[in-house]
Design a protein around this ligand. Structure first.
Ligand code: F6R
Length: 339
């Protein structure tokens, strides 16, 4: 897993090239829907975060077996499942097709790949043999590549080179060969181990990245973590910090952007004083680069490194996800009918 995390920039480059070749079905889309669970579904969250400030069409991520009523012939659906065998995604894809929605399927194969081939839907092949959560670039970037054909505001070609350079540089700074005293990801992992990490995004635009951190700390680090976003957390979770005993066990990580609106910085400062003063530690990770692609992906890569170092510090193997496999095994055949 550590090697796979280090390969993230190379995977991004490969997936970007493949994504540019993808043509979505030519429809006037009124919504883009991404279907997917876990390590595949997060690609939809990150797509939505990337497009949110500029894209005039809603991007909705469905982590369920069913699709909402608005899905229909004018909805462009991406069905993402690394294995192609995730019951929720297969059922949701089937429901979306029944509703008349044109779909693109992103998978290594499995049942979903077979259904897509039978229906004649475009299939974006994903390289096999990688844990789904480590294959994120292969799931996310084809969607980015395809959407640029739909609307100019979704064209990130101009940001691509910067993003790749930022990721290469970051991987060089955070890699396993860089010793702890010069490696901020290893230092942050040290502060998290033995505590409950709480990953807070400075704005809701960064929320999916905080969720990725939480998910990677779970799947790679085998540890529970909280996540939330400013300013919403100031309307609920901030009160929970009044339990100073529990608060003392929490290690806060703030995900921030280089140039923040003054009210964002003021809000975070106030929350540090009012709530986080009881925390075990408060750390900050600032996104790198100027473009949105570089900023989101740099925070994702930083968190992925932290999650594998947490695993190594805890003496656990970051790769296996035994409880996910066991629950899938117990539920096999109990899902909604696929066809
Ligand atoms: C495992 C992982 C899981 C899977 C999820 C859905 O590495 O990240 O969260 O992604 O169980 O499976 P797929 O991705 O095959 O649809």
């Amino acid at each position: 897993m550590v090697d796979l995390v280090a390969r993230f920039p190379a995977m991004v480059a490969e997936a970007w090239e493949a994504g540019l070749r993808l043509q979505p079905p030519p429809i006037p889309s009124t919504a883009v829907v991404v279907l997917g669970m876990g390590g595949s579904g997060i690609s939809g969250d990150l797509l939505a975060a990337l497009l949110r400030p500029t894209f005039p069409v809603p991007v909705v991520v469905i982590k369920d077996s069913r699709v909402p009523g608005f899905v229909g012939p004018q909805t462009l659906v991406f069905a993402c499942s690394y294995s192609g065998n995730t019951e929720e995604t297969i059922s949701a894809y089937t429901a979306a097709r029944r509703a008349g929605a044109p779909a693109v399927v992103i998978t290594t194969g499995g049942v979903l790949g077979g259904l897509a081939a039978a229906h004649g839907d475009p299939v974006v092949p994903v390289p096999p043999g990688i844990p789904p959560r480590a294959a994120l670039p292969y799931l996310l970037l084809p969607m980015v590549g395809a959407l640029r054909h739909l609307l100019p505001s979704a064209d990130f070609s101009g940001e691509w080179e910067e993003a790749h350079a930022v990721l290469e540089e970051l991987a060089g700074q955070l890699g396993r060969d860089v010793p702890g005293e010069r490696n901020p990801a290893k230092q942050l992992a040290q502060r998290l181990v033995g505590h409950l990490p709480a990953v807070y995004a400075a704005t809701s635009d960064l929320g999916p990245v905080a969720y990725r951190w939480k998910s990677q700390l779970g799947e790679n680090g085998k540890t529970l973590a909280l996540w939330h976003t400013f300013s919403e957390l100031n309307h609920n979770e901030t009160v929970g910090w009044e339990d100073r005993t529990l608060a003392g066990r929490v290690a806060v990580v703030l995900l921030r952007e280089p140039e923040e609106e003054p009210d964002v910085a003021r809000r975070i400062e106030a929350t540090r004083e009012v709530s986080f003063s009881a925390a075990a530690s408060v750390s900050e990770v600032v996104a790198r680069g100027r473009g949105r692609l570089a900023r989101l992906l740099s925070l994702v890569l930083f968190g992925d490194f932290v999650s594998v170092y947490v695993a190594l510090l805890r003496g656990v193997d970051p790769t296996p996800v035994a409880p996910i496999d066991e629950i899938k095994r117990r539920l096999r055949g109990f899902g909604r009918p696929v066809i």
